[in-house]
Design a protein around this ligand. Structure first.
Ligand code: GRF
Length: 199
């Protein structure tokens, strides 16, 4: 049985699209499938991408204490929660219930250039302002602190002298689309292996 993924997204959803495409067309084994796309923003383009791919969508209140989100995850029998451009903090009730099963992607090499308020163009502006010669992507587990959970995958991306936040963001995003779906696949496979060996 494929692992059932919930992708939470507030924005344009390009990582969501890469994940949908990966599990539809690229992954050799059907280890996972996107079973739900949920957003705190009813007008998120990510929801349109999901609906276009005939994936169930839901809207929840990002300021809720976790009751709404947890109910959704349980209703859709979600195994793994994938944050893709979801900016709100995940309530601790959800983190406890899904410990080790919530992942996020950050467009820099954590622990540098992460933490509360570090998202979108701000990350790339900070990288350039610091004169860093390289940036990258980080996929990590989500815990109670912003951008501080265990790192699952990282890949470096060069920073060019001529870079603007936009040009750097675009170079990093291309790498995100390769790294994130494959890291999700790896985690789903490892979870399935663990559940087989423990049953
Ligand atoms: C990505 O840069 C991701 O690293 C960050 O938010 C952005 C989401 O982009 N967490 P998209 O909505 O997937 O296009």
């Amino acid at each position: 049985m494929p692992s059932r993924l919930a992708v939470l997204a507030s924005g344009r959803g390009s990582n969501l699209q890469a994940i949908i495409d990966h599990f539809d067309n690229i992954a050799r084994e059907r280890v996972a499938k996107v079973a739900l796309v949920a957003s705190n923003r009813a007008d998120s383009p990510a929801l349109i991408r999901a609906a276009t791919a005939s994936i169930d969508i839901a809207h929840f209140d990002g300021a809720d204490d976790g009751t709404q989100l947890l109910a959704l995850l349980q209703k859709f029998r979600i195994d793994l929660v994938v944050l893709a451009g979801y900016l709100k903090k995940i309530p601790s009730t959800v983190i406890r219930e899904y410990a080790g099963r919530i992942m996020n992607i950050h467009p820099a090499l954590l622990p540098a250039f992460g933490g509360e308020g570090m998202y979108g163009a701000r990350v790339h502006e900070a990288v350039i302002a610091a004169g860093a010669k390289e940036s990258g992507v980080t996929v990590h587990l989500v815990d109670d602190d912003y951008d501080r959970g265990s790192i699952l995958a990282q890949w470096r991306v060069p920073v060019e002298k001529s870079d603007t936040a936009e040009s750097l963001a675009a170079r990093v995003l291309n790498v995100e689309h390769i790294v994130y779906p494959r890291t999700v696949e790896m985690v789903a496979m490892l979870q399935q292996l663990e559940s087989k060996t423990s049953s």
